[in-house]
Design a protein. Sequence first.
Length: 267
Amino acid sequence: LQRTRLTYENRSNLAKSAVAKRLFQLMASKQTNLCLSADVTKADDILDIADKCGPYICLLKTHIDIVEDFSEGFITNLQALAKRHNFLLLEDRKFADIGNTVSLQYGKGLYKISNWADLVTAHTLPGRSILQGLKAALGNVEAGQERGVFLLSEMSASGNLIDDKYKENSNKIATEGGDIDFVAGIVCQSSNAFAFPGLIQLTPGVKIDESVDKLGQQYQTPELVVKERGADIGVVGRGIIQANDVQKAAITYRDRLWTAYKERVAK
Ligand code: 5FU
């Protein structure tokens, strides 16, 4: 059976990453496959959006380096909201350097990402050492705090340089070579990007009303990404955060992404 035909419950049993297991279970029990991309630059605005949309999302995605008034207190508050509303935190850092540098970027600096982000994203460009570098930073994290990474194997930007060979090799980095316990999923745009059902397909570039932005972003509808492109989680940024009523928009995207998933597995 193709991975896209299996339920999230079934796939949680197949996942090798503890965070992927947890996330699949959370999605199934909370009935949401919506990831909110909270791309705003004031800490209080992120917290406000997280509080309003928290009940409808499985993941909150950050770009922590765009926050103008970052503080440890902000992270404490964000983690409290994640706990209250039952969602995980994904820092979309897109690590892309040598192992030693990503280890420092993940664990050190102002943001100490490994201390609070359940999940991070990383490019596969440097090869397998990207995973070893990230893992090396986890000595800091207390035992029991589970961490995972989403590897990029495709991008939504028009004209991006990723080709089929890169995609295939990214998939190999994820599934071969002993790091599958650390890889929660793949950031990609199509269902043929990988086959292993224990990985989660995270797909950005989801919007109901528009097909492009002015800077190369390409959008698809919730139904298309889930039913035809294999998305397990749809990532929505401006479709929600620029809406007049962010909570209402989150509910609409949640409903449409979830219905598309239910129809996909019922086929
Ligand atoms: F890996 C990717 C990708 O291929 N496309 C993306 O758009 C990540 N993203 C992120 O998803 C991007 O950095 C934004 O944070 C988010 C999409 O936001 P939008 O407002 O829905 O376009």
